[in-house]
Design a protein around this ligand. Structure first.
Ligand code: SAM
Length: 283
């Protein structure tokens, strides 16, 4: 009979957050698949658990996944852990769950620490409807596409970010959503220096331009207010860009000037101007 895959969440800072059920699953599993075996070994030592470990991470997941599935099909039970938090959430695991499901293997996800949900709960932003956006790509094109796809998003948005990329990300978020959009920066959650800064994108950018960000961050950004659904400035922007184009300015300069005059993000004005010129040409 086939064994089983358990997804075991581990603490995101406070070791006291490991649950009795997670501990028991780590103890009783036949083997543990870990994102970084050294990190997991420290946790196991803390818990007094000795167990066989295999590595399962981004760059070996294709062939390691097959080996893990084969072992589970042969009857073993596997506990999957990432370095911290919930496996499969911006962490290795998604593919393994799919492979197991395709092979008819039962998967059990144990609830537990997850940086996104911990941040959302403490953020003070609306929690009724939210979307998880993970890490923004570092590739300019897909990053821009991702942010543009969120421009009319009304749900609260959750992003993960590394500290050394935080300032650039805040600048891009401010450009996409406007400097006045509320944000909660949830830092070092469950750790000694846990901090939540509830501010705006513009002020957050100012703060972290002056003082380099340290520690781990989740960014919880308010969605677009419903009354902004049809921005009144949209028609004005289309008309103004058209005027400036008629005066001989390039589209880039026309967009730049209009954005400045109407206090709108440049990429928003650019999209409006393209849409309006396509409509003019009956596209
Ligand atoms: N799977 C994990 C989870 O769901 O909790 C997330 C793993 S992802 C590779 C790591 C990111 O989670 C970090 O870059 C940061 O954005 C966030 N994170 C993890 N621990 C955190 C903490 N203690 N405080 C704030 N953010 C944290």
């Amino acid at each position: 009979m086939a064994g089983m895959l358990y997804l075991v969440p581990t603490p995101i800072g406070n070791l006291g957050d490991i649950s009795a059920r997670c501990r028991e699953t780590l103890e009783t599993a036949d083997f543990i698949a870990a994102e970084d075996t050294r990190v997991t070994l420290k946790l196991l030592n803390h818990l007094g658990i000795k167990k066989s470990l295999v590595s399962y991470y981004e760059h070996n997941k294709a062939f390691k996944g097959e080996q893990i599935v084969a072992r589970i099909l042969a009857g073993e039970t596997c506990a999957l852990v990432s370095d911290a938090g919930s496996p499969a959430i911006s962490d290795p695991g998604e593919d393994l769950v799919r492979q197991c499901a395709h092979s008819g293997i039962s998967v059990c996800a144990i609830p537990g620490p997850c940086a996104a949900i911990t941040a959302l709960s403490i953020s003070g932003q609306a929690t009724g409807r939210f979307c998880f956006e993970g890490f923004l790509s570092t590739a300019k094109k897909s990053r821009g596409e991702h942010l543009r796809s969120l421009q009319s998003e009304q749900r609260t948005m959750i992003f993960y970010e590394a500290p050394h990329k935080l300032t650039a990300t805040l600048a891009d978020l401010a450009e996409a959503f406007g400097k006045d959009r509320p944000i909660s920066l949830c830092r070092e959650l469950t750790k000694l220096h846990e901090e939540v800064i509830r501010t705006t994108l513009g002020q957050a950018l100012e703060l972290y331009t002056q003082q380099p960000p340290k520690g781990e961050f989740v960014l919880v950004v308010a969605g677009r207010p419903p009354e902004d659904k049809q921005p009144p400035a949209e028609d004005d922007a289309a008309v103004r860009v058209a005027q400036l184009l008629a005066q001989g300015l390039s589209r880039k300069d026309a967009v730049k000037q209009t954005a400045k005059e109407l206090n709108l993000p440049k990429n928003v004005v650019y999209d409006i101007s393209l849409r309006s010129s396509q409509e003019d040409h009956g596209v």
